[in-house]
Design a protein around this ligand. Structure first.
Ligand code: LMR
Length: 337
């Protein structure tokens, strides 16, 4: 064989072999998009999951996390997941109504959970599993529930009693239960993407909002809200979801390793959630920009009474049987407020 032919063969062989080898080693990429800051419970749990996914799959999976709405805002991220433009999200449970899964709005009902322990009976139990299953006809698999925390009202005027929110424009997430909650207080609910809230508060497009403290702090909303009242009137948490077609198309061993990573990330998320909210409350207080008030027992009761009718009004939307199943787990009784 002539040297030139041999050389040509070697070069051609290298050209075909190298790219194939490279392709074989390409990791499976999971784009994980979310709307909050990195130093939030969800932000940290997403990073934790990415790290464990890489370790457990020995680099076969690369999770790319896009925080702070850098890739998609609230509404678009759901559409992007269904289209397969991203593979994983962790939207707030208040954002599944527009998808047609109204049952998730039960988590928005005022005072339905008194603490994380009551909440976990639902999210970590049979009711939680049945809720995740409702996503499958939408082309979505629900993998886990991640905590954030309990929401409090903030505004530019003092909030001591329910009447103080009368006529106030209040930003809410896209949930009919939250809409009804604000109307029950005489406030004017305004649905708005999370990424737009800071500016809306700053410019007075809305007067106030409700948040777990970690969101109020990391989005700097406390800088543009004069009053924060620790009403803790509702819960905000997440469902971690994946595109069904993508998930079911993964090699079985890889999917198993990712499930393990998700289990670990869930334990981590639920651990940092409370720690972060407590720590961020201290930072908000220290900033001196917002006056933080703890409601008295009477003020708290006044909010509970004003908001109890939301449960009755929303019963048919969420489903009576489902609500009863939740009340049974937690011992909550809206008629006993
Ligand atoms: C909000 O829109 O207020 C929250 O859902 C943001 C989040 O993801 O915590």
């Amino acid at each position: 064989m002539k040297i030139s032919t041999l050389l040509f063969g070697l070069v051609a062989g290298a050209l075909t072999v190298v790219p194939l080898a490279a392709i074989a080693q390409q990791p499976i990429v999971i784009k994980f998009s979310h709307v909050v800051a990195l130093n939030t419970p969800k932000g940290q749990a997403a990073e934790f999951f990415a790290k464990r996914a890489a370790e457990l799959t020995k680099g076969k999976v690369k999770v790319e996390v896009y925080a702070n709405s850098t890739l998609y805002k609230d509404k678009e991220e759901m559409e992007a997941l269904q289209l397969g433009a991203v593979q994983m999200l962790a939207p707030s449970l208040a954002k599944f109504g527009p998808l047609g899964v109204k049952e998730f709005e039960l988590f928005d009902l005022p005072y339905i959970f008194d603490n994380y322990a009551e909440l976990h009976k639902v999210t970590q139990g049979a009711v939680g599993q049945s809720l995740l299953k409702k996503l499958e006809p939408k082309g979505i698999v629900g993998l886990a529930f991640w905590d954030n925390g309990f929401k409090s009202f903030s505004a530019n005027t003092a909030i001591k009693m329910p009447a103080d929110l009368k006529g106030k424009k209040m930003r809410i997430q896209s949930s009919k239960v939250l809409e009804e909650q604000m109307r029950s207080l005489g406030a004017l609910p305004q649905v708005m993407a999370f990424s737009e809230v800071y500016q809306a508060l700053q410019t007075g497009v809305v007067d106030g909002t409700e948040n777990p403290i970690s969101n109020l702090y990391t989005q700097k909303m406390y800088e543009v809200q004069k009053y924060l009242t620790l009403t803790e009137h509702g819960y905000l948490g997440y469902a971690v979801i994946v595109n069904k077609k993508f998930w079911e198309g993964l090699p079985g061993d890889v999917r198993g390793q990712l499930e393990t990573a998700m289990k670990e990330a869930t334990v981590y998320a639920n651990k940092v959630a409370k720690e972060d909210n407590d720590k961020d409350l201290e930072s908000v207080k220290k900033s001196g920009k917002t006056q933080v008030t703890v409601p008295t027992a009477e003020e708290r009761l006044a909010f509970k009474k004003a908001l109890a009718p939301v449960h009755v009004k929303m019963e048919s939307r969420i489903g009576k049987d489902l609500l009863q199943a939740v009340y049974k787990e937690t011992g909550f009784d809206p008629n006993k407020l």
